[in-house]
Design a protein around this ligand. Structure first.
Ligand SMILES: Nc1ncnc2c1ncn2[C@@H]1O[C@H](COP(=O)(O)OP(=O)(O)OP(=O)(O)O)[C@@H](O)[C@H]1O
Ligand SMILES: [Mg+2]
Length: 244
């Protein structure tokens, strides 16, 4: 479904953020992208729907190469939830933002409103249609930004830090939602345990490259790899054990 090969990207005037990143996600797969802060996760995700275009290397989505000429086709397949909800929400109200995508697909207004209700309900934002985005809490804004993308029912759902600022019950519902998602999922997250809980594969980025990709079990069990890449999370197990 997604194939990224030797991707390189440097922001203007900065050191390269991606230095030959390679990653594959099969159709129907769910992959958790881990990596220390600054490793290049968000930069990689921004290439999946052409917000950024490769300076070198290649991104293929469902057999289509991501390029200026294919953006429309690519964006019909890929739904990207940005790390910062304020990059996602650009209308005045939650309802307008969630309706925007489905309306663009040319659905009837009834079908659009049905999608809006379903997506808001999935994010526990029932009745939030008329609420003003800027007056929501940060966690509510994140849920609203997830709803805007869910409403489009993308074949490839790409999420950047989807668990940030969610309360534990919402984290649990989101894990269940992503497990049941009827498409392909790629997510980047520093909330490693929830990320692994909803994925079957994991990859770890280190300094602009993908250092390893494998099953969740393989990656989570390779503590040397996790330590080297700055994402060893096993200390959490001791904390939880201590509380039991
Ligand atoms: N707009 C930008 N201009 C210049 N440099 C940038 C920009 N955005 C990111 N970078 C740099 O690119 C590198 C990769 O950043 P990126 O946001 O992809 O990391 P990340 O793995 O998503 O980190 P985090 O876990 O903190 O979200 C970092 O060194 C960062 O400072
Ligand atoms: Mg990031």
């Amino acid at each position: 479904m997604l194939s990224i090969n030797e991707l390189q990207y440097a922001y203007a005037g900065a050191q390269p953020a991606l230095r030959g990143a390679t990653l594959q996600v099969r159709a129907g797969g769910r992959l958790a992208l881990l990596g220390a802060s600054g490793a290049g996760k968000s930069t990689l995700l921004l290439h999946t729907n052409g917000v950024l275009l490769p300076q070198s290397g290649q991104v293929m989505v469902g057999g289509i190469q991501v390029a200026k000429e294919t953006l429309r086709q690519v964006r019909q397949q890929v739904g990207l939830v940005f790390q910062d909800p304020d990059d996602q929400l650009f209308h005045l109200t939650v309802g307008e933002d969630v309706a925007f995508g489905p309306r663009n697909f040319g659905l009837s207004e009834d079908a659009v409103q049905q999608r809006v209700r379903e997506a808001l309900a999935a994010m526990r934002l029932d009745g939030f249609e008329e609420r003003i985005n800027q007056q929501l809490s940060f966690g509510e804004r994140r849920r609203a930004s997830l709803a805007t993308v869910l409403a489009m029912r993308p074949a490839l759902l790409v999420l950047d830090e989807p668990f940030a600022n969610l309360d534990p019950q919402m984290v649990q519902s989101l894990i269940e939602l992503l497990r049941a998602f009827p498409g392909t999922v790629l997510l980047a997250s520093q909330d490693i345990v929830p990320a692994l809980a909803c994925c079957d594969e994991a990859a770890v980025m280190e300094k602009g490259r993908v250092a390893a990709q494998g099953s969740v079990r393989e990656v989570a069990g390779d503590r040397d790899l996790l330590r080297r890449c700055g994402v060893d999370f096993w200390y959490l197990a001791e904390i939880l054990d201590g509380l039991r």
